[in-house]
Ligand binder design. Structure first.
Ligand SMILES: Cc1ncc(COP(=O)(O)O)c(C=O)c1O
Length: 407
């Protein structure tokens, strides 16, 4: 079964937008286009349901029900319990709140592990625990290729380590870390695992239950939805950490790490992401299956399409002596978030590509520690070419043609 890209693109108003015609989008790792079901729900919420939710009148009841629907359907797709999913303003703010909770939960002398492969969102807030007397250890990449070797993690784990934070996939290296195996190692050492899935989830919603992480984070504005941060916190850890919300909400797991009132419309519109997964499933596989199984099938469809598209691009980039391809050249080992180091400023190259109808970016992408560890000047940055399942072979050709002109 192959992904029907025409059907996929018909679900995204951006592809029918005249002002975007002819431009190929390769900055998806920064934020994806939004699918129609999400836009429809967002618009309906603002037109019909924009009142305080969970009240006794119709508009309010519908608004609250839609917010619950989003949590319920996404939890089912991710394979976790409904109250293990919560929404915050962004992943960065979610990790910030979680780090506040850990600062109170851990004791001086305890240790945590962070990586230098992560986006700053899953690094800086944790590193600040040093101010509370927590020892911060760094699981370091291979400076040649950005790879995170699990054997190196084992060398720095001991009974003092209570938490390990690492990415499912870095927003620069693109390599898919073997989360399940790494989490097993972390759990065997008696620590909790916090996984940044922001760069992975756009390529198919993950099976969070199977991955086994205690915390799994991603951002819905990169998974075809509105601007929210979605976090899964498994119950055992979520109820053990000190509540960061209002004291009278402390029994409700999904309210414990979201101190402010949520963005009602955006939470409700997240149900549109589930609509989208179901639309894809129905179109390709017909009716049936539970939500978790449907989501896994759609994940595999997206992934197969992306891997096939990434191969020619990786072959092209890998054969160019004038650039350094970061991360694996093998498409199946990585997400199609492909960064290259060039002899000149990456932002300038991205600007030149814009003249050829390519929307891409250059810079450090908030992975400053990673670039430094790779020996790349963050001011020069990397050119990042990132795509998702709605990208076509024609757009890959357009990109390679433009790179030929610009590099
Ligand atoms: C891998 C990764 N983690 C975390 C973040 C931060 O997400 P947010 O913008 O929701 O704070 C990003 C954003 O680009 C990212 O790429």
């Amino acid at each position: 079964m192959k992904l029907d890209v025409d059907f996929v693109r018909a679900q995204f108003p951006a592809f029918a937008e005249p002002s975007l015609a002819g431009q190929a989008f390769f900055e998806n790792a920064g934020g994806s286009y939004t699918c129609a079901p999400v836009l429809d729900r967002l618009s309906r919420f603002y037109r019909q349901r924009k009142v305080q939710p969970y009240g006794p009148y119709e508009a309010s009841r519908l608004g609250g029900e839609e917010m619950d629907e989003a949590r319920l359907r996404l939890a089912a797709m991710l394979g976790v319990a409904v109250d293990e999913v919560s929404f915050g303003p962004s992943t960065t703010q979610n990790t910030y709140v979680l780090a506040q909770a850990f600062a109170r939960h851990l004791s001086p002398g305890d240790a945590i592990v962070v990586t230098n492969q992560d986006h700053e969102a899953n690094s800086g807030p944790w590193r600040r625990l040093a101010d509370a007397g927590i020892e911060v250890r760094e699981w370091q990449i291979d400076p040649d290729n950005g790879h995170l070797d699990p054997a190196k993690l084992e060398q720095i784990l001991d009974a003092r380590v209570k938490l390990v934070c690492f990415p499912h996939c870095s927003n620069i290296v693109g390599e898919i870390n073997d989360v399940e195996a790494i989490v097993n190692v972390i759990h065997s050492a008696g620590a909790f695992a916090c996984v940044d899935g922001v760069s992975y989830a756009p390529h198919g919603l993950p099976d969070v239950d199977k991955l086994g992480a205690d915390i799994y984070l991603f951002s819905s504005y990169k998974t075809y939805g509105p601007h929210q941060g979605i976090m899964v916190i498994r119950r055992e850890l979520g109820m053990a950490l000190p509540n960061q919300g209002h004291y009278f909400n402390s029994d409700t797991l999904y309210k414990r790490f979201t101190p402010a009132g949520p963005d009602h419309a955006q939470v409700a519109a997240c149900a549109g992401m589930a609509d989208y997964v179901d639309l894809l499933y129905q179109h390709h596989c017909g009716a049936g299956g539970d939500a978790h199984a449907r989501s896994k099938s759609v994940h595999d469809l997206m992934r197969a399409h992306e891997v096939a598209l990434a191969e020619p691009l990786l072959d092209y980039l890998g054969a160019k002596n004038s650039l350094r391809l970061i991360g694996p050249q093998k498409a199946s080992a990585r997400a199609p978030t492909i960064a290259v180091e060039l002899p000149r400023n990456a932002g300038d190259v991205a600007a030149a590509l814009a003249g050829h109808g390519i929307m891409a970016g250059g810079g450090d992408f908030y992975a400053v520690r990673l670039l430094k560890a790779l020996g790349i000047d963050p001011d020069k940055g990397v050119l990042r070419l990132s795509f998702v399942h709605y990208t076509t072979p024609g757009e890959i050709d357009q990109l390679i043609g433009a790179l030929e002109q610009v590099l």
